[in-house]
Write a protein that binds this ligand. Sequence first.
Ligand code: SF4
Length: 186
Amino acid sequence: MLKYTGFDIVFQEIPDEVTLAVNISNCPHRCPGCHSPYLWEDTGEPLTTAVLADWLTHYGREITCICFMGGDASPDEVAGLARYLGTQLVAPVKTGWYSGRSSIPEGFSTEWFHYIKLGPYLQEKGPLSSPGTNQRLYRRLTVPAKFLPGPACRAAAAQDPIGLSPEIWEDITGQMHRQAPYILSC
Ligand code: SF4
């Protein structure tokens, strides 16, 4: 089960969004120079739809996005929570995922995400805010299936590829370089 160690409302991790960023533990990547090695442990509280519903109730008017920071040990669970966010009626929010993987996991559905960051933290290349970073941040170009009516919704969901097709996702990493000098490297 996914567990989280904390959350914060932030302004820099996703451009032009007020983001509730959730730190998820049990990270499998072990990047040298990791900013938060405590996230390597399987620690924290269970991250469930009930927890998300509580945050949406309390912070839904303040935020425009919820971003899962990590969760690479259980990507399908991250996708399941994204689906919940895309179908819940408590408060409309966009959904992001900061993954340390270099590519989308096989079989992983991007259907319910608006933003996805890929790439491990490499000390010599720097975090997402560094012009030389290996990490990439992608924004969805197409309208997520949830906003489309009936048959169009189902058709869009069926056509959404497993991966980050340039027809659907744009690389907006450059926008991060004009922002704050420090961004979490997860
Ligand atoms: S930098 Fe991020 S992806 Fe890498 S080990 Fe630390 S928490 Fe995991």
